[in-house]
Ligand binder design. Structure first.
Ligand code: PTJ
Length: 247
């Protein structure tokens, strides 16, 4: 079914359809649909907009990625279905690797995601994750990473994360940027910077800011990162939800 453009929830229905198509194409897990439903509920509470605190976190994240020596963008089944072209575009502006890393890992789904990213213009060498050769201290499939990718990264972007891997990456001394609509999640609290926004808005915002900020001196980028306080940003996000519904 294709939602009519006149439908008041057209955008939201379109996103759902992209994820359902992702499941049908073997890219997104069925569990990904459930995770999306949870995200939708928080997005509704946020007013389905990028809040001021999310934009501040986005700016700090872009500064962190631009200042990084070895940045990696982690891709799962939801991200591949929702923002495949945008992830590739951002990786090129930032100079980051893309690595497929799945919670519900099957080799078939990893291959389908890699082929999907290639069909959106990525070259084979831009996509890591098909042949993991290193591991994170985790007892599930997300432990399987690439030596030259997530394992070596100093900054990892983890959209739609589970708290475990976020904790493991931070424990390894890496800076972690999470994109998570739930400001109360373990991931949101554990990440170095959390962007409380929908990936379909956050990644295009990151691309726009990366274009503007590319070329800023390193000390300026580091200053932007240092002035960001994740705990305060999460409190601001909760305040923005409350004020959205209390007027
Ligand atoms: O493709 P796989 O196998 O790696 O599986 C991916 C999922 C997302 C299924 C897996 O990581 C998972 O189970 O995630 P969780 O633990 O359900 O967490 C997903 C988080 O992402 C929740 O806090 C949601 O609120 C949030 N979320 C869902 N959709 C979006 C989102 N955040 C930003 N943008 C979204 N579109």
């Amino acid at each position: 079914m294709t939602a009519p453009m006149s439908h008041p929830r057209y955008q939201s229905l379109q996103i759902r359809e992209r994820l359902v198509a992702g499941v049908e194409a073997g890219i997104t897990s069925q569990e990904g649909l459930i995770a999306h439903g949870r995200g939708e509920a928080f997005d509704y509470l946020l007013g389905e907009r990028t809040t001021d605190s999310a934009m501040n976190a986005t700016r700090a994240s872009v500064a962190m990625l631009l200042a990084a020596e070895c940045p990696v963008l982690s891709v799962n089944g939801n991200v591949a279905a929702l923002v495949p072209g945008e992830i590739i575009e951002m990786s090129r502006i930032i100079g980051a690797q893309i690595e497929i890393n799945l919670f519900y890992r099957t080799e078939k789904r990893v291959r389908a995601i890699a082929a999907h990213l290639r069909s959106h213009g990525a070259s084979a060498s831009e996509i890591l994750g098909e042949q993991p050769d290193a591991s994170l201290p985790l007892d599930h499939a997300r432990s399987r990473v690439c030596k030259d990718g997530i394992h070596a990264a100093d900054v990892v972007l983890v959209p739609l994360e589970d708290g475990d891997r976020c904790q493991a990456l931070v424990g390894m001394g890496k800076s972690v940027i999470a994109i998570d609509l739930n400001p109360l999640s373990r991931t949101a609290e554990t990440a170095t910077i959390t962007i409380v926004d929908n990936v379909v808005r956050a990644i295009p915002n990151m691309i726009r800011l990366a274009r503007q900020m590319d070329g800023l001196p390193e000390d300026r980028l580091i200053d932007i990162v240092m002035r960001h306080d994740n705990r305060k940003a999460l409190k601001d996000a909760i305040r923005e939800i409350v004020s959205q519904w209390s007027t």
